[in-house]
Design a protein around this ligand. Sequence first.
Ligand code: VGL
Ligand code: ZN
Length: 202
Amino acid sequence: MPASDTALIVIDVQTDFCPGGALAVAEGDAIIPILNAMMPDFAAVILTQDWHPASHSSFAANHPGAAPFSLTDMPYGPQVLWPTHCVQGTQGAAFHPALHTGRADMILRKGFRPQIDSYSAFFENDRTTPTGLEGYLRERGASRLVLAGLATDFCVAYSALDAARLGFAVTVRLDACRAIDLAGSLAAALTQMRAAGVVLEG
Ligand code: VGL
Ligand code: ZN
């Protein structure tokens, strides 16, 4: 059983990221039994939820002529343009029905500002606008974090890298993650996480 200073952060296990969803991650739902089984072992459980307005600037549909999965330049840097997904209040933005949400102490929504995406649970994609999660975790006494969820190479990796930068001891449970893997993004994310001192398990 992980110690009382260890929090589990479950990233974006939402209908749109699971098979049949708008931005489906292959086998995204396969991790849910593992996540449910992990939850009772942690002093704190946080779920994150990608939560975009329909006008969100990360949606290809809001950039005339742009194809989904193409890159654009935003004031804060390069940004992948995604299929429309996780629109606030829609079924696609809901947690997958098999995920045990009752054990969550906190649900953190991110990506709600129209002009900026937020892969990380800690900072928006400008890497400076905080979500408030760091303060929550510190006030809960958490110094060690275990991360899992969707997708390994985007929201999980960005969250893990930010957490390591903030000084948390970070483990990513790869068996409880699945990746989008766009143009080598999974290999790059694994390399970056290892270099940042993130422990990759499973
Ligand atoms: C995610 C792409 C767009 C994720 C969220 O949860 O990894 N990926 N929005
Ligand atoms: Zn998103």
